[in-house]
Write a protein that binds this ligand. Structure first.
Ligand code: C5P
Length: 218
């Protein structure tokens, strides 16, 4: 319980991952990108031909996930899948299976295992509400839909994946709606979360904001 955790939750493409990585680097802490675990489960399920509606089979895939992180590489059963995990089809499948309670609980222990000294920065949808409810600092990050669609577009282009902004926008809205309206662990700020709208901010400004909040708690 004495290992500190900073949670950063928010909608798709709000900049959570970038912010979490930068805050973790500045503090010298570990990082958990929880969306990656849902994406990896989705990818493994797609590869095994598991049906998106077969909750029990999907939960088995989640609990037997052979995942390792090695710098920029994400190894699924030994092979680097970092690029594939970012594919829109994988994200869309992740968003669907993330609504299934058995899949979510199958990933609980794995998520908790990332909490190690000297501290953890965890980003996702339910880090502050469900997985680390006692975290001393919880941030809920938002950004305008236009900015989010544009960021996601740039992110994909930089990885050599093409996509239209209009399609991305529609996809973001569908995913947010699913995340907010599901019955288990819906996307919402924890009661004690601090809200950060990064629309007009640079990454450094957002990082400084979070670090200042952290400093105030110590
Ligand atoms: O954050 P990212 O977009 O990579 O996550 C992929 C999907 O996994 C999201 O669309 C969301 O539905 C789901 N997710 C979740 N809970 C988390 C992290 C991600 O439901 N803590």
């Amino acid at each position: 319980e004495s290992i500190p955790v900073i949670t950063i939750d928010g909608p798709t493409a709000s900049g959570k991952g970038t912010l979490a990585a930068a805050v973790a680097a500045r503090l010298g802490w570990h990082q958990l990108d929880s969306g990656m675990l849902y994406r990896a489960t989705a990818l493994a399920a797609m590869r095994q031909g598991v049906d998106a509606g077969d909750e029990a089979a999907l939960a088995r895939v989640a609990s037997s996930l052979q995942l390792r992180f090695d710098g920029e590489r994400v190894l699924l059963e030994g092979a680097d899948v970092a690029t594939e995990l970012r594919f829109e089809a994988v994200g869309a499948m992740a968003s669907k299976i993330a609504a299934l309670p058995a899949v979510r609980s199958a990933l609980n222990a794995l998520q908790l295992s990332f909490r190690k000294l000297p501290g953890l920065v965890a980003d996702g949808r339910d880090m502050g509400t469900v997985i680390f409810p006692a975290a001393p600092l919880k941030v809920f990050l938002t950004a305008s839909p236009a900015q989010r669609a544009e960021r996601r577009h740039k992110q994909l282009i930089s990885k050599g994946i093409s996509a239209s902004i209009a399609d991305l926008w529609a996809d973001l809205e569908a995913r947010d709606a699913r995340d907010k309206n599901r019955s288990v662990a819906p996307l919402k700020p924890a009661e004690d979360a601090l809200l950060l709208d990064n629309s007009g901010l640079t990454i450094d400004q957002s990082v400084d904001r979070v670090l200042a909040w952290w400093a105030e708690r110590n």
